[in-house]
Design a protein around this ligand. Structure first.
Ligand code: GLA
Length: 390
């Protein structure tokens, strides 16, 4: 698949591409809405990727074609503005903007984008887009950008140019993901550890359930949750807490009357979710998928009841999976408010689980979901295609 757009690039721009860059989407096994609360996360990169073919231009014009949207974007370096009308272009413009902010002097680019990560499905297609463009430009212009700097700049583009106040998880895993590994990350210190993720050892597979409910991450609810959890922490700080990682559930319980009920539940989610991530790391270290599955179910309950970011379509996955023999765990993954869920399920039981889900979807009158069996893939890569680029 990755080479198949080279002729299209050549036809569109009249010369061959110099470089192919790719970056993956992700699932998050556990640790949801903890990244911006400077806690723990445990994502894994997907084999679903965003790809980008690039070549330099002699002028200062940037021209991109996005195959998935059948749409193009053009702008001039030094004059990068936010587009109100076309959402996807801002992820690319944001990367050029952030590089200019860093003082890098670039030249014009021809670019061709495509990918197989479902869009707005909670699988982090936007971080993959940002990281693939950034890493491609880094390689092409030989910019001095350490991997961690790439993560930070891609996130900065999303926070400050696109205007989505996301945490660091998606860009981090897109850069640092490795095949058949999950990545434990402390979002405060940015210390990370790769852990083997081999559910196949027990005949299990991770199945993605895309609810079909498109979510608007930039929209208000995500930012409201950030705000709630931040306010709850401010209250806890008055009583000596330093951060969420250092707060126990019993400490929070004692301060219950100091905050309103909603803030209490938001804080309880963050505290218990951090704890679940730590236990999930231990479970992975022992290949204990039963335990991992229970923690995954627990995460969904907390996201549904305390953090309130689920929706009926994602609750259905949880409810069906809970009762389904052969399914060890299931939950929403990513920000929530629609998007996707994951299930840890015995390979041979997947068709039966899907059938059961579809039956319930029809009974409840929900939109038809999509199912993906995913593999855990590699982080971002950039490779020169011709001698000329080397
Ligand atoms: C989105 C954001 C991430 C993270 C998750 C929720 O994917 O981009 O930074 O906050 O939501 O865990």
């Amino acid at each position: 698949m990755k080479q198949s757009f080279i002729p299209a690039f050549r036809k569109l721009f009249g010369s061959p591409p110099q470089l192919l860059s790719s970056a993956p989407g992700r699932i998050n096994l556990i640790g949801e809405h903890t990244d911006y609360n400077l806690g723990y996360v445990l994502p894994a990169a997907l084999n679903l990727q965003n790809y980008c073919l690039l070549s330099k231009r002699p002028d200062d014009r940037v021209c991109f074609w996005a195959e998935n949207f059948k749409d193009k974007d053009e702008f001039l370096l030094g004059k990068i503005s936010f587009s109100e009308s076309k959402k996807w272009v801002n992820y690319i413009r944001g990367i050029f903007w952030v590089l200019e902010e860093e003082g890098f002097v670039l030249q014009g680019i021809n670019g061709f984008l495509w990918g197989d990560i479902p869009l707005e499905a909670g699988l982090s297609s936007s971080a993959a887009l940002e990281v693939s463009v950034l890493n491609g430009l880094r390689a092409l212009f030989r910019l001095e950008l350490e991997p961690i700097k790439r993560v930070k700049l891609a996130r900065k583009a999303e926070n400050e140019f696109v205007g989505v106040q996301c945490g660091i998880m998606d860009q981090f895993i897109s850069v640092f993901g490795e095949k058949n590994k999950a990545l434990f990350l402390d979002c405060e210190t940015l210390e990370s550890k790769l852990l083997p993720l081999r559910p196949d050892k027990e005949g299990l597979r991770i199945s993605v359930y895309e609810s079909g409910m498109k979510r608007e991450l930039a929209s208000s609810e995500y930012n409201k949750r950030r705000d709630d959890s931040g306010r709850a922490l401010e209250i806890l700080k008055k009583f000596g807490a330093r951060d969420y990682k250092g707060v126990s559930l019993s400490f929070l319980e004692k301060k219950r009357t100091e905050m309103d009920e909603v803030l209490f539940r938001r804080a309880r989610h963050v505290i218990t979710e951090n704890q679940r991530v730590k236990e999930a790391v231990q479970a992975l270290e022992k290949d204990d998928f039963r335990l991992l599955g229970e923690l995954i179910f627990g995460s969904h309950e907390s996201l549904r009841d305390d953090y309130e970011v689920s929706c009926p379509e994602l609750d259905l996955l949880y409810e069906v999976a809970r009762e389904f023999p052969g399914c060890y765990g299931a939950r929403l993954t990513g920000a929530g408010f629609g998007g996707s869920g994951i299930a840890l399920v015995h390979q041979e039981q997947i068709p039966a689980l899907r059938a059961k889900l579809l039956e319930e979807v029809a009974r409840r009158g929900f939109v038809r979901p999509e199912f993906y069996e995913v593999d855990i893939g590699e982080g971002a890569k950039a490779e020169f295609l011709s001698e000329e680029g080397n």
